[in-house]
Design a protein around this ligand. Sequence first.
Ligand code: ZN
Ligand code: ZN
Length: 172
Amino acid sequence: MARFSVRGLRLRPGQKHHESLRLVLDPLVLGGETYHTVPPETPAELVVQRAATGDIFRLALSTRLEGPCMRCLAPASLTVEVHAQEYDATDAGADEELRSEYVSDGELDAGAWARDQVALALPDQILCRPDCAGLCPICGKDLNVEPHEHAEEAVDPRWAALEAFRTDAPDG
Ligand SMILES: [Zn+2]
Ligand SMILES: [Zn+2]
């Protein structure tokens, strides 16, 4: 379940509601690679609190994301923790800033909110291991498996010519 009916709770100011959700998050696409949550269903804890002028939402979840290492494309995974809060003013005429983008028609889109929060919590790079050496930029071999350098090729005049070609090439 991704959308949660807030209206159906019929909370009065000061009242709180706790709900355990099981969210199926859409895969995240980063740098052309796809990352899935494992297992597919993410357990999440939602708290809805009615304040005098709106609703406060708190979301907590922990999930595991799996996909290719951003350096060597080997399988990589990481655990992502989310603790998020949203506020949504009850007054329909309230300032945009006081409205939550995840609430509409009395429903909270918990799935979209959770997915965005998972994306925000990710490190800059998803790696198979912190010191992953990546793929060789010249021959494409896995430097973790076969550490090597291309000292000779780097000074080969053919490479220098190729570099010059790259620099001169028009954009696009
Ligand atoms: Zn790697
Ligand atoms: Zn190489």
